[in-house]
Design a protein around this ligand. Structure first.
Ligand code: NAD
Length: 497
């Protein structure tokens, strides 16, 4: 019923220097993870294609118009991007759901979030203002912020447009030029977005280039190439480590937004109805394929049994299916590889002695057999050393543990190598302050899940990453600080230090 039949496969070339360019590397195909049907054909680019894109971005930075635009001119373009996203919301959300599998309402939410980010950076670009300290009547300094240069933006598939907006919005606001590399799984939606960018006459050719293809070729060329000044990467911690190694060869600046294993801590004084909905949404949204998924649920022992009874009842009612069905709450996993990985983790949880309280299997009834659907899965009696507790599964798999008091909640929350985010449910302010400061993550959401807007920063402690995105902190990542020291007399004064 929610099939692709009648929708032609979309075909895309790379977008380089303002032109649509075919690669000699053949085609990269994406398919609908709910049905297996072909969605898009893009370019399976080679290193040569990436080098052309880098040259275009380099030329646009060194001699082109974008870095030299005035703040209000950059703001105008960024606002146009936001407007185009909103104007094309319906068709883009269908394509995003077809390629990524997430429910269409979530796709719309993602695209509106991206529009909001471009709007935010349209304002922020007008606030890039330096400082002028004064040392004496004829002795002063200018501290100015300059764009970092050519930026390689490497993006995953799970929220391909909003995660791109975090990077591209900030990079363009700073005056950088860019080469975008989307995930192999979501080239169609990214190239459709590139078409919107190409329609903006005020955005000079070469300021944004988009090249599709594999991480090992397209992605690594962006990281290794000496003409790229900075790489901003979102993806797994393992790929992040490889990127850091490659970037060290020329000391390239890097931002790494990597994996997570967030704890969702529920105290007995919380609004439990809200906490219950929050816990379900936090882990099972996007079928658990979210960097900030609350994949470890920690419940205070005084309410553990009652809460779990209600939680498991709610989990059993989650509606799983094709994202184009308006009733669907959870879509499929992105690929067969991801399906095997998630099922492998479920087996390891069982092998290591965790108790399977819900789910645990691939879903193959009716239409679901064509896609990569996994039941929402819940493990209880989980040990801290178990793989399901320690590793990012990136699927609908939850570990639940009881805790006794605030100190034990903090200790459990901090017991992995990740430090991306976390949720905390309580109405006791002293407790909220103690726990949110004790948990070593870049974000803590108290009685909510996800950021209220792009004004605030997001990023990881520990092995969840380096740097921040969104907010002014996200903008500063694309700016270099320069100090110009001025002695406005003819005499020379020796400074000793
Ligand atoms: P991935 O690491 O496999 O790929 C991410 C991107 O890197 C893709 O575009 C891929 O092609 C590219 N890539 C792969 N190998 C590369 C290489 N050697 N050199 C350069 N680029 C390379 O991750 P994924 O499966 O696409 O995404 C899921 C991961 O992303 C999860 O770990 C998730 O936690 C993480 N993530 C983090 C955040 C965050 O903000 N911290 C947000 C979303 C997703």
């Amino acid at each position: 019923m929610f099939s692709l039949a009648g929708r032609a496969t979309r075909k895309y070339k790379n977008y380089i220097g303002g032109k649509w360019v075919a690669s000699k590397g053949g085609l990269l195909r994406s398919s609908n993870p709910a049905t297996g049907e072909r969605v898009a054909e893009a370019q399976n680019s080679t290193e040569d294609d990436v080098r052309s894109a880098i040259d275009a971005a380099r030329e646009a930075f060194d001699r082109g118009g974008w870095p030299r635009k005035r703040p209000h001119e950059k703001a105008l373009v960024l606002r146009m991007v936001a407007e185009l996203l909103r104007k094309n919301l319906e068709s883009l959300s269908i394509l995003l759901t077809l390629e990524n599998g997430k429910p269409k309402a979530d796709s719309k939410g993602e695209l509106l979030n991206a529009a909001n980010v471009f709007d935010y950076y349209a304002t922020a670009t007008r606030h890039i203002v330096g400082k002028i300290p004064r040392y004496g009547p004829t002795d002063t300094s200018l501290v100015v912020y300059e764009p970092v240069g050519v930026c390689g933006l490497i993006v995953p598939w799970n929220s391909p447009i909003s995660l791109l907006s975090w990077k591209l919005g900030a990079a363009l606001a700073a005056g950088c030029t860019t080469v975008v590399k989307p995930s192999e799984y979501t080239p169609g939606i990214t190239m459709e977005f590139a078409k919107l960018l190409a329609s903006i006459e005020e955005l000079p050719d070469g300021a944004v280039n988009v090249v599709t293809g594999p991480g090992e070729t397209v992605g690594s060329e962006l990281v290794k190439n000496g003409k790229v000044d900075k790489v901003s990467f979102t993806g797994s911690t393992e790929t992040g480590k490889r990127i850091m190694q490659m970037a060290s060869a020329n000391l390239k600046k890097i931002n790494l937004e990597c994996g997570g294993k967030s704890a969702n801590i529920i105290f007995d004084d919380a609004n439990l109805a809200g906490a219950l909905d929050g816990a379900v949404w936090s882990i099972f949204r996007s079928a658990g394929q979210s960097c900030n998924a609350g994949s470890r649920l920690l419940i205070q022992d005084t309410i553990y049994n009652d809460f779990m009874k209600r939680f498991l009842r709610r989990v059993s009612k989650i509606r799983i299916g094709n994202g184009l069905d308006p009733k669907t709450e959870i879509g499929p996993l992105i690929s067969e590889k991801q399906l095997d990985r998630v099922l492998g983790y479920i087996e390891s949880g069982k092998r290591e002695g965790a108790k399977l309280a819900a789910g645990g299997k691939r879903m193959t009834d009716g239409e679901l057999r064509r896609g990569f659907f996994v039941q929402p899965t819940v493990f209880e009696e989980v040990g801290v050393s178990m793989k399901v507790f320690q590793e990012e599964i990136f699927g609908p798999v939850l570990c639940v543990l009881p805790f006794h008091d605030e100190d034990q909640a903090i200790e459990l929350a901090n017991a992995t190598r990740f430090g991306l985010a976390g949720d905390l449910w309580s109405r006791n302010l002293i407790r909220i302050m103690k726990v949110s400061q004790g948990v070593r993550t870049g974000t803590i959401w108290v009685n909510r899940h996800l950021n209220p807007g792009p004004e605030v920063p997001f990023g990881g402690f520990k092995q969840s990453g380096i740097g921040r995105e969104t907010g002014i902190e996200g903008l500063m990542e694309y700016l270099e600080t320069k100090h110009i020291s001025l002695q406005l007399t003819d005499s020379f004064e020796r400074v000793r230090r």
